[in-house]
Design a protein around this ligand. Structure first.
Ligand code: Z16
Length: 800
């Protein structure tokens, strides 16, 4: 996109005048943001239209990425960057007396996701557009995103996220692309004159699905793809007085709010409604679009790939079967062949509580026709596989079992591909969680290690680093992150290592300013910034990090005059509102912060900062300022992790267990450039197998650890009498499910090492450099190219 600065200024002023019928000095930053958004859309409009037309005339195979969450972050800067407009707009606004950095803050951050899974979906949309893949997102336009988090007296309080209050300049309502989604009622199969059966429906609850489209702009390539988010409304042409208040509420509720659960299944009927709603609407719109351009369904699988992001969209499988058979006259066999060719599934967790199952009675009542189809899939699977694999294995792996619909099994059986998100995770799927289905379909299993878009996480979030890199290795890394490897040539360039220190310092100053403003707390910028940002979950072990803080606190209190390398411990984490234990940990962190931060003996040497309402926008400030990246989940529990990759790319050193993609990060950057520690998966599984883990032995055997655990209940930390007891009991009474006590010693040994190593800034920055250089391997573009080659079978641009 090329536009001169003068032209931009004229366009912007015209936009202000059209929208607000007033002059610039009479508008707010929000007004300016909206005007700028409109203008960016006007500049990008031709690309969006051209992209859609080109896909049609070239008969390009379309990829549809179905996800119940998308967490895109603010879009203004991302769009300006990808349209190559940042400099023009910044200068133009400046000449008009405005500050782009003030305007960008006025944009609401759409929190239509919980964490890793939703953010991954957003990174992949960005990568698809940038690789010129005909990629589409399909999801839900939640009226309220993930709750806003406040701390009151150290406790998490949730507030609604009214992100659409001032409208959304990036979306286009496309009412003419609406469709009807049917729930409930009765269905029976009516014999037709031609001998086939056609389902008849009675007393269904119909919901209108209205799409809102958002343009997804590719990087410097004139491609704009579409993210389609569905909203539930009353069907038209109906007498609205006919709906009772309860019926209207039931429709409104479907897309009202995002379920706030990460790696956990809420199991509510409304959640199943949400899942079928966006799944059915999405598949209907795909089939409708296909039929508008093709005759018959036989080439469907050559033109369409549908990706199932975790099990939430698994109903795409029976829904496509339904449309192919009931509406497009396909036989079961043809419909099933097409469905399996089209579908692919990514698993994101091995946690039992996250694997979705639905009681048959609930499922059948809400989706009677879909249930018939699932039951037939189940019947055929059993009939076909029992002779080969035996009744026991088939019973264990069938879509229906124990009175439940087992979504992960249905997803594997109805797809041609199932992938994990890091090599270790994929191996665990094969050996453990999906072992039975791996025996039946070994060829379907594959790994696709997660990736992140460096455009947002380095270019946008860390401009000083991006500029420093440009000056040394040129700017081609901005298109091809693998070129970051060439940084290794500067490992012994003292000037460059000093520059890296200065970049980090500048980012710490920015974070310290935010902390001062929001928390009224001063933190020094010469301290180690030790960062743990991710959802609050027992398996992620924020508790272990708290133990280190208490150790440092006791160390200072015991030897107030001994040398101590200053530290700032930084947390960002939301707990699911119903997750009692996670909320107790939040209270603990805040209580420890309160204790430590106000202790005159401790002074400025040790600070604990728990920044409320962690999300994409905060991550963009915190991550560039990090020295240490805490990736300390119990081995086997974190499928991949993605904050580990973002922190690495910003030059933080990982303090990490051998879990998820940490394994690959340690390998890529070299173990000597990270701080690995803790039980391995093999050791964790050995404990499970033998049943001989005894948390108490670790407690008794280590006086330093015992003192810390005791401090939870002995009054050392004011204000946590109930939470402290609960956490204490989880460790000693319930035998420490996540091996915090077992990993304490090796974790603390590495923390001590960090304090020592940090004092040699040259050596430290050399290792930061190694991390940045190796982070290119985790670029989203590379990950998505592998999906395109191996799973979706679609062409894409090469990066070099
Ligand atoms: C989620 O964010 C993840 C898994 C899951 O089943 C549900 C949700 Cl909402 C996360 C994993 O915990 C994390 O390890 C992984 O990096 C991320 O998904 C993306 O794959």
């Amino acid at each position: 996109m090329t536009v001169t600065c003068a032209q931009f200024k004229r366009d912007f002023l015209a936009e202000i005048k059209t929208l607000y019928a007033t002059t610039l000095n009479d508008t707010s930053p929000l007004d300016q943001l909206i005007a700028l958004g409109h203008l960016v859309r006007r500049y990008d409009g031709p690309n969006w239209a051209k992209t859609a037309r080109a896909y049609q005339t070239q008969h390009r195979k379309q990829v549809y990425y179905f996800s119940i969450e998308f967490l895109p972050g603010r879009l203004l800067m991302a769009n300006l960057l990808n349209l190559n407009l940042v400099t023009t707009v910044r200068h133009g606004l400046k000449e008009l007396g405005l500050d782009l950095d003030q305007i960008r803050q006025a944009e609401p951050d759409p929190a239509l996701g919980n964490g890793g899974l939703g953010r991954l979906a957003a990174c992949y949309l960005d990568a698809m557009a940038s690789l010129d893949i005909a990629g589409n997102g399909n999801g839900i336009r939640y009226r309220y995103g993930l709750f806003k988090q406040l701390f009151i007296n150290g406790y998490q309080v949730e507030m609604p996220d009214d992100w659409l209050r001032n409208g959304n300049v990036w979306e286009t309502r496309r009412e003419n692309k609406s469709c009807i989604v049917r729930f409930g009622g009765h269905v029976w199969l009516q014999p037709q004159a031609n001998g086939t059966l056609k389902p008849q429906y009675r007393d269904t609850d119909d919901v209108l699905a209205v799409p809102y489209d958002v343009g997804i702009v590719g990087y410097h390539n004139s491609v704009t793809n579409t993210l389609r988010l569905w909203s539930a409304e009353l069907p038209p042409n109906a007498d609205h007085t006919y709906y009772s208040q309860a019926q209207r509420d039931q429709i409104d509720d479907i897309t009202k709010v995002l379920y706030p659960d990460d790696s956990n299944s809420a199991g509510q009927a409304l959640r199943l409604r949400q899942e079928y709603f966006f799944t059915s609407a999405g598949v209907q719109s795909i089939v409708r679009h296909f039929c508008a351009h093709h005759h018959g369904m036989r080439t469907f699988a050559k033109q369409v790939a549908i990706h199932i992001n975790d099990t939430h969209p698994t109903l795409v499988i029976p829904e496509l079967m339904r449309l192919l058979m009931d509406e497009h006259h396909c036989s079961w066999d043809l419909a099933w062949a097409l469905t399996r060719q089209v579908m692919s599934y990514t698993n994101h967790t091995i946690l039992q509580e996250a694997l979705e199952t639905w009681p048959v009675a609930l499922f059948q009542g809400l989706l009677p026709r879909i249930y018939q189809i699932v039951a037939e899939i189940d019947r055929r699977y059993r009939a076909q596989k029992t002779p080969v694999f035996g009744a026991a294995l088939v019973d264990q792996t069938a879509p229906l079992g124990n009175g439940q619909v087992r979504m992960a099994y249905l997803a594997v059986i109805g797809s041609h591909s199932v992938n994990g998100v890091a090599p270790l995770h994929t191996e665990l799927l094969k050996k453990d969680v999906l072992h039975g289905l791996y025996q039946v379909y070994p060829e379907r299993f594959n790994n696709k290690t997660n990736g992140i878009t460096l455009r947002r996480w380095v270019q946008l979030a860390n401009p000083p680093l991006a500029r420093t890199l440009d000056a040394r290795i040129g700017n081609l890394w901005r298109r091809n992150p693998r070129l970051l490897k060439t940084l290794l040539a500067y490992q012994y360039d003292q000037g460059f290592l000093t520059e890296l220190s200065q970049v980090k310092l500048a980012n710490k100053q920015a974070l310290a300013a935010l902390v001062a403003q929001r928390l009224g707390l001063q933190i020094r910028t010469d301290a180690i910034y030790d960062v743990q940002v991710k959802r609050l979950h027992a398996y992620k072990r924020q508790l272990l990090h708290v133990f280190e803080i208490l150790r440092e606190y006791f160390q200072i209190k015991d030897q107030p005059t001994a040398p101590f390398v200053p530290r700032v411990h930084i947390f960002g984490a939301k707990a699911a509102p119903s997750y009692h234990y996670a909320k107790a940990i939040i209270k603990l962190i805040n209580a420890v912060a309160n204790l430590v931060n106000h202790d005159p003996v401790v002074g400025s040497r040790l600070k604990v900062v728990f920044i409320p309402n962690y999300g994409v926008s905060l991550a963009e400030v915190i991550i560039p300022a990090a020295d240490v990246s805490e990736q300390i989940s119990t081995a086997s529990k974190e499928a991949s992790g993605t904050s580990n990759m973002k922190l690495m790319a910003n030059g933080a050193l990982a303090l990490a267990t051998y879990d998820g993609a940490n394994v690959d990060i340690i390998q890529a950057a070299g173990a000597k450039n990270e701080y690995p520690f803790g039980l391995t998966v093999a050791e964790v599984y050995r404990y499970y197998q033998r049943g001989d883990y005894r948390a108490r032995d670790f407690y008794r055997g280590n006086p330093e650890l015992k003192r810390i655990v005791d401090s939870l209940v002995d009054g050392t930390i004011p204000g946590i009498s109930t939470e402290g007891r609960e956490i204490y009991d989880s460790l000693l009474r319930y035998n420490d499910e996540f091996f915090v006590l077992a990993d304490y010693a090796s974790y603390v040994a590495q923390q001590r090492q960090i304090s020592q190593d940090y004092q040699d800034q040259t050596a430290w920055q050399r290792r930061a450099l190694a991390n940045i250089a190796a982070s290119g391997a985790f670029g989203a573009d590379l990950a998505v190219a592998r999906y395109a080659d191996d799973i979706w079978q679609v062409p894409h641009d090469r990066l070099d």
